[in-house]
Design a protein around this ligand. Structure first.
Ligand SMILES: [Zn+2]
Length: 250
């Protein structure tokens, strides 16, 4: 049996799943931390939705199909749009400055030598707050400029609003680990093998953000493919395409 937790602000029952960390009231938009009895004091933002209906998003995907090189020419005509769903995904945006000092082996010339280097970066690092989301955060150029305070009235009723499954602390740890990974990747352009590295961080206050993402599933010649579209700017985030295979060429 599920425990009923009421919204602190309006008293309505909160909609949440096991494992959710914060829930947003669908009646008044108030944000509640479920696991502690403490008020949510962080900034909760929303990116506005500009592609507000299914037809418009299908057009965006069709344009992308017909302008894509790799796609079969009849794709935009023949693709069948099986699922077109709007999700409002929860993200943590972690402002982070990081300096990684590294030592590595440079082996390209002669006997090899040890080289030292430094990678610095300043980021608004994006962490999706759902554990099993399989969301390509690196491909999503999150349009932070348009963010506004969370306002549930700006979210259409057919949208699926997802709650965060973990809090700021865990998001910061994830962001740090991913920044280090990114810096090591950059270091590998300077040395062939990284042997030592250390990173200093300056972390700002995280922002809890909901962003509209259209999830599209289409089928073509009996196979299914997925496309994600940024609902704020109407850009394709990632999309799978049927590539012309051997059979098509025969
Ligand atoms: Zn409420």
């Amino acid at each position: 049996m599920k425990v009923v937790i009421k919204c602190d602000h309006c008293g309505a029952p909160l909609n949440y799943k096991a494992g959710d960390y914060v829930a947003t009231c669908s009646y008044c938009g108030y944000t509640t931390v479920l696991t502690h009895n403490k008020p949510f004091t962080l900034e909760h933002a929303l990116l506005p939705l500009s592609i507000t209906d299914e037809k418009a998003v299908v057009e965006v995907v069709k344009d992308w199909m017909s302008s894509s090189f790799l796609a079969p020419r009849d794709l935009s005509r023949k693709a069948k749009f099986d699922e077109v769903d709007l999700f409002i995904y929860p993200f943590w945006v972690v402002p982070i400055e990081a300096t990684t000092r590294f030592k590595g082996f440079f082996e390209r010339i002669g006997a090899g030598q040890v080289k030292e280097g430094k990678i610095r970066g300043k980021y608004d690092w994006l962490v999706i707050a759902q554990r099993a989301a399989n969301f390509p955060t690196k491909e999503y150029d999150v349009p932070l400029k348009g963010k506004m305070p969370y306002d549930f009235t700006k979210i259409p009723e057919y949208a699926k609003v997802l709650n965060a499954e973990f809090g700021e602390e865990e998001a910061v740890e994830k962001a740090k680990a991913e920044v280090v990974e990114h810096h090591i990747y950059l270091a590998r352009k300077e040395v062939d093998r990284v042997i030592e590295h250390e990173t200093d961080f300056k972390v700002g206050e995280a922002c809890y953000l909901h962003a509209p993402i259209w999830n599209i599933k289409y089928s073509y010649k009996g196979k299914r493919f997925r496309v994600l579209v940024d609902g704020t700017e109407g850009k394709i985030i990632v999309g799978d395409l049927p590539t012309p295979g051997l059979f098509d060429a025969l």
